[in-house]
Write a new protein. Structure first.
Lengths: 354, 461
């Protein structure tokens, strides 16, 4: 067991990401003199996750909840070392890097939780009763309406590639996407793209040619699009984009018509959780109608009908372009050391050609 | 007839015996099939998922490439999709170079025992099934064996085993129930004849001892015929008892009434001489009555014996000699009773006692009614042994011969001193020995009464 733990540490540290020891943000819910405590670590922005946590805190006055917001790779490293007993374990981990979550389960770092709510989940959203998909968020393209003329609107990857191949290079340095080495989510989306269609090769080639910017963090990228620093952003989480679009009329959110990946943020209870029962309650709450409505209000749970309302998919589109990403051990392939190394190498080589 | 208040001693019920036997057979067979089903389930599940494991390992092994003198592994998605067919199982894999160095995957994942490509082990504290596929490289830049190890937890196997076993056990239980049902039906139909016999017996009048007419299978045919023989014996005894009572009431009533009348006469007689004469008559009557009673009881005894006593191998000459011995002394003077025996033994299956009685009766008849001397003869006639008594008189009229066995017993006019029951006894004894009583005349015209019974050859004896 110790050998495995040591191995996991090695794997985690070989990730290449600079280990960041601190959470990006922390917020406390519930009374200070609460008899029970629940530590939730997640990648979701506190702003988006706040309403649902408040609702849950109201329903559990005995519970003091701490929410720590982490970057996905840091969160994974921390979970691995906590699994080995070398760090304080959270009671619940909610991450958009569902491949890393699946790997934590595969490595025996999660405990089972089953209830009526988890039993009702489709198999694609529940693996081994240990990791659960709690949200529905499309990976979208975002652009600035004021700066991108309507005829340039990138409604699909093909349109995006054509746009970037344009002679005048007007989008040179103006397209942004995640840095897949820094962002677990970025890597997940990119790797899924590489599995989905041959367009992926053309996409990175086009990115490389137009000196696309790879950077971290959804909020930062969307801010850049809003300010005009970037014109188009690729593979952005729909939840952040729609939340921003609701406030900023210049932000347009597009679900690519060729295919749209749909991510289901994964929640798991670590083996060493000190309050697994409360963590299970929170999972059940997130899966309940009340929890779903609250998530939905923050664009974290988008049913096809809601995607239609937000203009993400056509009114007559039944969602056939949607590609949900199931929670399955197949996700482990992307995390294979060699495979990951090759993929990042491929990515880097494309961008170093500039 | 029988006292219903005292049931017969009970052996274990047939139904219970059959039920126990069937239960043992079914549960034994069921257990064997169940064990086989579990083994089959395990085997089937193991084989199905082992194929997936080997398939995945092969796919990974095929994806190995050489690049710049180093092994390159592009784990194929298809391999994991194959393994994900066991959707609830964790997947472990490792690719090791020729010196055992980890190329990719989970370090410390040991393959199955050397020389085997499948095996069981544990990883991260969970039991896993392991498969190993080796790929040999013999290139200028790289030479050696690369080992691909793939492991999977055993949840899906256990689930499939349970499911196969459950189905198999359900089938076993269903078959068991069906067989039990058929067995119950078979037992009922097999025991049906017994119930028919019971119903037949229950429906009978108490005095009905005729054979059972129920059609029964061969297996209990013996039982029924034994029962029929038993009932026939009872029937004969009941008939004999009835005859005895009939004979006794018939034959004793008259002499007793006579004695009573004489004794009343004697009581009223004042003349001592006549009174004395009457008393003498009473005495004669009483003696004769006593002889009659003897005969009646003897008859009953012999009839009873003929059914009850097993037959022994005896020499008919001894019977004759014993009869002579037992006949009263006054009759046994050599003038009046002679004996004529062959030199060789005459062996028969018989009851010595009843034969001696029969012989004595015949001799007594000859002495009483015939012309002396009476001769007891034993001889062999073909396959028959004959015991005969003859005298020098004319004997019975020939028209009495056919029913002599019953005639005199019933005749009201027979006086106690005459033939009486003697021939009836002789007839019964002859029948009991599978023989017959007959009469005849010798060449000299002398009367002869005889019993002929089957002869047992010395060789057979």
């Amino acid at each position: 067991m110790t050998r495995i733990a040591a191995l996991l540490i090695v794997l985690a540290s070989s990730w290449g990401a600079t280990a960041q020891a601190d959470p990006e943000a922390i917020r406390h819910y519930g009374p200070d003199d609460a008899t029970q405590h629940l530590l939730v670590r997640g990648t979701t922005d506190i702003a988006l996750f706040d309403p649902v946590l408040q609702l849950f805190a109201q329903s559990r006055p005995d519970l003091g909840i701490d929410y720590e917001q982490w970057g996905s790779n840091d969160l994974y490293s921390l979970a691995v070392s906590a699994c080995a007993g070398m760090d304080h374990a959270a009671d619940l981990i909610i991450s958009s890097s569902i491949d890393q979550q699946v790997k934590l389960v595969n490595d025996g770092c999660a405990q089972s939780h089953s209830s009526a709510a988890t039993a009702a989940l489709p198999t694609s959203s529940n693996w081994r009763d240990q990791v659960f998909g709690i949200t529905r968020e499309p990976a979208v393209i975002v652009y600035n309406r004021a700066l991108v003329p309507p005829e340039d609107a990138p409604l699909s990857r093909f349109a995006l590639i054509d746009l970037l191949r344009a002679e005048d290079r007007r989008y040179e340095g103006k397209v942004a996407t995640y840095d897949i080495e820094q962002s677990g989510l970025g890597y997940l989306f990119a790797f899924a793209d590489s599995q989905q269609a041959t367009t992926f090769g053309s996409v990175i080639e086009a990115f490389a040619r137009t000196h696309a910017v790879t950077t971290c963090c959804s909020a930062e990228i969307i801010d850049g699009v809003a300010s005009g620093k970037y014109l188009i952003a690729y593979n952005i989480l729909g939840s952040y984009a729609l939340a921003r679009a609701a406030k900023d009329p210049n932000i347009v959110v597009v679900a690519p018509t060729d295919y749209t990946l749909v991510l289901s943020r994964a929640a798991l209870i670590p083996t060493r959780a000190s309050n697994p029962a409360a963590a299970g309650d929170l999972i059940d709450f997130l899966l309940s109608d009340e929890g779903r409505q609250s998530l939905s209000a923050q664009y974290l749970y988008l049913a096809p009908s809601q995607m239609r309302e937000n203009g993400l998919i056509g009114t007559e589109d039944g969602g056939s372009s949607l590609r949900p990403m199931p929670l399955s051990p197949v996700l482990l392939v992307g995390l294979d050391q060699q495979r990951r190394a090759h993929f990042i190498k491929l990515w880097r080589s494309a961008f170093s050609d500039r | 007839m029988a006292d219903l208040a005292t049931p017969p001693p009970r052996a274990v019920s047939l139904t219970l015996r059959l039920a126990v036997a069937l239960t043992l057979i079914l549960s034994g067979g069921g257990a064997a099939v169940a064990i086989a089903a579990i083994a089959y389930g395990q085997n089937a599940a193991q084989q199905s998922y082992d194929r997936l494991l080997i398939g995945a390992a092969n796919q990974i092994a095929e994806a190995l490439t050489l690049k710049d003198g180093a092994i390159n592994v592009d784990i194929p998605l298809a391999a994991f999709e194959l393994l994900a067919l066991a959707p609830q199982d964790r997947i472990f894999y490792a690719v090791y170079g020729p010196r055992g160095e980890l190329i990719t995957g989970y370090d410390g994942l040991d393959g199955p025992k050397t020389g085997q490509n499948l095996g069981d082990g544990t990883f991260t504290g969970a039991p896993v099934r392991l498969a190993e596929v080796d790929r040999r490289f013999a290139e200028r830049s790289f030479s050696g064996t690369v080992r691909v190890v793939v492991g999977q937890t055993t949840r899906a196997r256990a689930e499939l085993t349970r499911s196969i076993t459950r189905s198999a056990l359900l089938a076993v239980v269903a078959a068991g129930l069906l067989m039990s049902g058929l067995a119950i039906f078979a037992v009922r139909s097999a025991l049906g004849p017994l119930q028919r016999i019971e119903r037949d017996l229950a429906a009978r009048a108490p005095t009905d001892l005729t054979p059972l007419g129920v059609a029964v299978p061969r297996e209990i045919g013996t039982l029924v015929s034994t029962m029929n023989r038993f009932m026939a014996r009872i029937d004969r005894q009941v008939a004999a008892t009835g005859r005895l009572i009939g004979d006794a009431s018939h034959q004793l009533r008259t002499p007793i009434a006579a004695i009573r009348a004489q004794s009343e006469l004697a009581a009223g007689e004042t003349d001592p001489a006549r009174q004395h004469a009457i008393v003498a008559r009473i005495h004669r009557r009483a003696v004769s009555l006593s002889r009659l009673t003897d005969q009646l009881l003897n008859h009953a005894l012999i009839i009873n014996r003929t059914d009850a006593v097993p037959l022994d191998l005896i020499d008919l000459r001894r019977v004759a000699m014993q009869a002579v011995d037992e006949i009263d002394h006054d009759a046994r003077s050599t003038d009046t009773l002679k004996i004529d025996l062959p030199e060789d033994p005459v062996m028969i299956q018989g009851d010595s006692f009843t034969l001696v009685e029969a012989c004595k009766n015949l001799a007594a008849n000859a002495l009483r009614h015939g012309v002396p001397p009476a001769v007891i003869v034993v001889r062999v006639e073909g396959r028959k042994a004959v015991l005969a008594v003859r005298d020098n008189g004319p004997g019975m009229p020939e028209d009495h011969w056919p029913d002599a066995g019953t005639r005199f017993a019933r005749r009201a006019s027979v006086s106690p001193t005459k033939v009486g029951l003697g021939l009836s006894i002789v007839d019964a004894v002859a029948r009991a020995h599978h023989g017959e009583m007959s009469f005849g005349r010798t060449s000299t015209g002398h009367f002869e009464a005889r019993i002929s019974v089957p002869l047992i050859k010395e060789a057979e004896a």
